[in-house]
Design a protein around this ligand. Structure first.
Ligand code: ZN
Length: 260
């Protein structure tokens, strides 16, 4: 089953798809909108700050954004609300929330009852239990399928190889290999199309990502990073994702708007 966010749906019904890109509604993101006349791109949007920043960079580059959010059985389902808020802020042309329940496989503390590691050293080299088996391969494959239907040649993903948790599917080699696969795997590819998987945050530190986002005027209060939020949705402050986020905001010299 899949559905689109009510926000995107209602905006699509109420507003014409082509509009002056400078006329963003009050309270939304800065002028530009993600539905301008540019080439279409599929952006993977999780609700976290990395994918928001990557999508905003795509928008800055003039792409019309088609946002894909996967409800994969993650325990931090709170991030889906953030994904909707971010998609609204970015004024994407379309936002699809797709159910692909990876908790049927388990194998990760994000999709099972396994406890989420807390208070781990940030520079640990071991792949943590929050790794979700083949997640980015699954997500990029879904993004590729939608891109092919849209006639899009560009996919944006907010992976990062510096301040990350050691996930193998965040590495540049993986992204490059997927790009090759995309052209081999699709009818469009057989016809000569070449797909580009953009990972604009790949070599940025978390602090650099946040600085870039601040330059772009992003509202990080909309985002959610914590893997194991409290019942009221507040971040735990102790998981890897909370630790990386806190170090990033501290490094950028910016207060995190979600920390109360
Ligand atoms: Zn946390």
């Amino acid at each position: 089953m899949n559905r689109e966010s009510a926000d995107s749906e209602s905006r699509r019904l109420n507003e014409p798809p082509a509009r002056d890109p400078r006329s963003g509604p009050a309270g939304r993101g800065p002028a530009g909108g993600g539905r301008g006349p540019g080439r279409p791109a599929v952006v993977l949007l999780s609700g976290g700050l990395d994918s928001y920043t990557a999508a905003a960079i795509a928008r800055e580059q003039g792409f019309t954004l088609h946002a894909l959010t996967i409800r994969y059985g993650q325990r931090h389902v709170r991030e889906l609300e953030s994904a909707r808020a971010v998609a609204g802020w970015l004024q994407v042309a379309r936002h699809i929330e797709l159910d692909v329940d990876l908790s049927a496989f388990g194998g990760s503390s994000l999709t099972s009852e396994m406890p989420v590691p807390k208070d781990r050293p940030i520079d640990s080299h071991e792949i943590p239990s929050t790794y979700v088996p083949a997640r980015n391969t699954v997500f990029l494959s879904l993004a590729l399928g939608w891109a092919e239907v849209l006639g899009a040649r560009d996919i944006f993903i907010g992976v990062n190889a510096l301040d990350y948790s050691g996930y193998p599917d965040c590495r540049p080699e993986f992204i490059a290999a997927f790009e090759q696969l995309a052209s081999l795997a699709t009818a469009e590819g057989v016809n000569g199309a070449r797909f580009t998987v953009h990972a604009p945050l790949q070599m940025l530190s978390k602090a650099d990502i946040i600085r870039r986002g601040v330059e772009l005027g992003l509202d990080y209060a909309l985002t959610h990073s914590c893997y194991d939020p409290q019942p009221d949705g507040a971040p735990c402050g102790r998981c890897d994702s909370c630790a990386l986020r806190a170090a990033g905001f501290a490094g950028a010299g910016v207060a995190d708007p979600v920390v109360r």
